[in-house]
Write a protein that binds this ligand. Structure first.
Ligand code: PLP
Length: 430
């Protein structure tokens, strides 16, 4: 947490030692301590949490800390209305209610999206309409949204996932043309820049998550925000109906305020780390053999997602990469992930595509979802805590990948004979 590295300082010479034995085959792991912990400990958090303990406010909600957090979020997003919630999933549900979605309506979302978003649509009695994703970064394919529109569609969910950014200006134009509102899910991209605006405000309503693994965390929590008074009013009415069932507590507010203040700097550091890793992945596409030139595509099956630039800037929660095994004797995605995990690096399979884990009776589709089918089997994500590490933390990532690559055949054989039970199970259809 203590490094303030600049881009140019992050140029470690990565040494590939081919005889290094992969941890999964009994060798020493690249990172014996395992992936770095999250959330970080920071003196600012200790102070704010201690204050809530001492003044007794930690058992309450709707106190001054929640108010302060609300105004910070309102200011960052330039919106009038912010409602703090007990989770990001609750925020999505409230946002859909705020948009007036009711039973029998349809809601368009990406076939590759956070599972809770799909469940929230179902929870309201509405029907998910799944659309395909872009080939380069597996983000919502905006052209497919246009093809999926119909008279029953009452909302479009656009989630910025794995460091990718949905083409919001184009989506906004399509949505406006059809008179359908957008729910912009910034749970993985707090304070990301999306074509000159803060993530969440291209939508009619935006959501954030403060869940345990998220970039800003209180273990649990979320927020929903909007400029539209009608949406805010519907959300408040629902929240206050009967019991106050969705609140964030003062204790959570105390944990979140300092993190929200650090966030721009942390996002910046993570971006620098991702840029370095991207260049390292491209450079190290082949073992250093004289005269052999390989491109990322031909020699290595791992292609990190492109990084937003210009008037956009990503936040990196679980940075995405495509894994493709082109040859029969290559490791499967899951085998590769297990082997990298054994090295102490948190490079894991991403989400399941929604059409692969839910019965087709539960949703409508537009298009053949071929990219989402590829993503289901081929996505890997790098968990973010390591991106705040120092240069040696970062250098361990390409080193671990290289180690697995050079022993791919042996690891593959090991899985066939001994490691079969270790392979991640496929989730059933629900
Ligand atoms: C985490 C997340 C949510 C909400 O998650 P909670 O764990 O309920 O806070 C919603 N959408 C996306 C894209 C997420 O990553």
């Amino acid at each position: 947490m203590s490094t303030g590295l600049t881009n140019s300082q992050r140029r470690p010479a990565v040494q590939f030692v081919n005889s290094d034995r992969p941890a999964i085959l009994g060798g020493p792991p690249v990172r014996p301590s395992g992936p770095p912990a999250w959330p970080p400990t920071d003196p600012a958090l200790t102070t704010t949490l201690r204050e809530t303990l001492l003044d007794g406010s930690w058992g309450r909600y709707h106190g001054e800390r929640c108010q302060r957090l609300q105004s910070l979020l309102a200011e960052s997003h330039q919106v009038e209305h912010v409602v703090l919630t007990c989770s990001g999933t609750a925020a999505v549900e409230l946002a859909l209610r705020g948009l007036g979605v009711v039973a029998g309506d349809e809601v368009i979302l990406s076939a590759y999206d956070f599972k809770g978003n799909f469940q929230d649509v179902l929870a309201l009695g509405a029907i998910p309409v799944l659309v395909d994703i872009c080939p380069d970064d597996w983000s919502l394919d905006v052209a497919q949204v246009a093809a999926a529109l119909g008279p029953k569609v009452k909302a479009i969910i656009a989630s910025h996932l794995h460091g990718a950014i949905v083409e919001m200006p184009a989506l906004r134009a399509i949505a406006d043309g059809a008179g359908v509102p957008i729910l912009e899910d910034a749970c993985q991209a707090p304070l990301a820049r999306v074509h000159g605006r803060t993530a969440g405000i291209w939508g009619d309503v935006g959501v954030l998550s403060f869940g345990g693994s998220k970039l800003v965390t209180a273990g649990r929590g979320g927020a929903v925000f909007t400029r539209r008074a009608d949406i805010a009013q519907r959300i408040r009415l629902h929240v206050l109906r009967g019991n106050d069932a969705y609140p964030l507590s003062e204790l959570q507010g105390a944990a979140l305020i300092p993190q929200w203040e650090f966030l721009p700097e942390w996002n910046q550091r993570r971006s620098v780390a991702v840029e370095w890793l991207r260049s390292e992945f491209t450079k190290s596409t082949a073992p250093p053999q004289a005269g052999v030139h390989h491109t990322t595509e031909s020699a290595w099956e791992l292609s990190p997602f492109p990084v937003a630039s210009g008037d956009s800037g990503s936040a990196f929660y679980k940075w995405g990469m495509r894994y493709e095994s082109r040859e029969a004797d290559r490791l499967t995605r899951n085998q590769f992930a297990i082997a990298v995990r054994a090295e102490g690096i948190a490079l894991d399979p991403g989400l399941r595509s929604l059409h692969k884990i839910h019965s087709a009776r539960r949703f409508r589709t537009a298009g053949d979802l071929s990219e989402a089918t590829r993503a289901d089997a081929g996505i890997l994500t790098l968990h973010h805590p390591v991106l705040l590490g120092d240069e040696s933390d970062l250098a361990q990532i390409p080193a671990a990948i290289h180690k697995i690559r050079t022993h791919a055949k042996e690891i593959r054989e090991w899985f066939v004979t001994e490691g079969r039970s270790l392979e991640l199970g496929e989730a059933g259809v629900v």
